[in-house]
Design a protein around this ligand. Sequence first.
Ligand code: ASN
Length: 317
Amino acid sequence: MQTEVLEEPKVLQEVLSHLSRPALPGVLRIQQGIVRATHDFMFKRGLTQLMPLMLSPITDPLNHGVVDASIPYADKRWSLTKSMIFHKQLALMHPDLDSIYIVSPNVRLEFSDRAQTGRHLFEFTQIDFEFKNKDRFYVMDFMEDLVNFVFARLNEELPELLLEIRDELLPLYEKWPVYRTEKLEAALGPDYEMIQSQLLDTPYWLLNHKREFYDKEDQMRPGTYFNYDLVWPEGFGEGLSGAERENEYKQLLKRMTETGANKEIFKDYLEVAKRGELPRTAGAGFGVERMTRFICRLQDINDVTVFQRRPGHASIF
Ligand code: ASN
């Protein structure tokens, strides 16, 4: 009882000093610069912006467990958005929409084993984009262009702030190196992603992760997938994931059986696929706070946010 009385002001004090720390406004200004430049890039490249959804009967099942975040409403269970993956695919059914993007809040109630990774928040913002009739090569080139565009813009608009925060302006990259997950793992062991991230000073692509049923399987090499992760260098780790999407009914059923997905929840989505109406798409999404963290060279992603969202930890605001 006594500890509880003493603990409360301590937590409050910690939260108040977190939200009034001197470094915060500069970090937020960089983050604002990222979002502004990304909007400009998307506009120049002709992508249409969709507004985000926070609730849906279907959301990304993810390939790792999180605490359930769903609520009952209108005779259904509605999940808070973990990613807008299915909605991107469905929105592109419109014959006159070919490319879209969304600044999308994602809620993923991670377990506390991810509290100290420096990369996980239990709610964050993802910029998700998707193209009809494009492949992985197109999306990877697009993201490389986006990063150089955003970095060049920040160098131009906020040079003094960048020098103050990271001691140097942002680099503009040549083509990023590409690795296959299985090869890197064979060479570097189970911690391959982070080891390679620490070794490099350029972002790199990691192909072929075991992920969800919506990633297209390579029919020439079953068990491998047309997906890609962007990994930030200097030990900052994964910052984007994407894929060519599965849109064929039979293959979706097969993959859902393999991943153990709940087909009942996805029955209407499957019906669209069965009718042959799911378009062929490819896309990706990057974490805004993760890009900000990389640019500002912050060890803990909670130092990007005003209000801490550390997995498994109570936050009072
Ligand atoms: N946004 C990711 C994608 O487009 C999915 C995710 O965040 N899990 O593949």
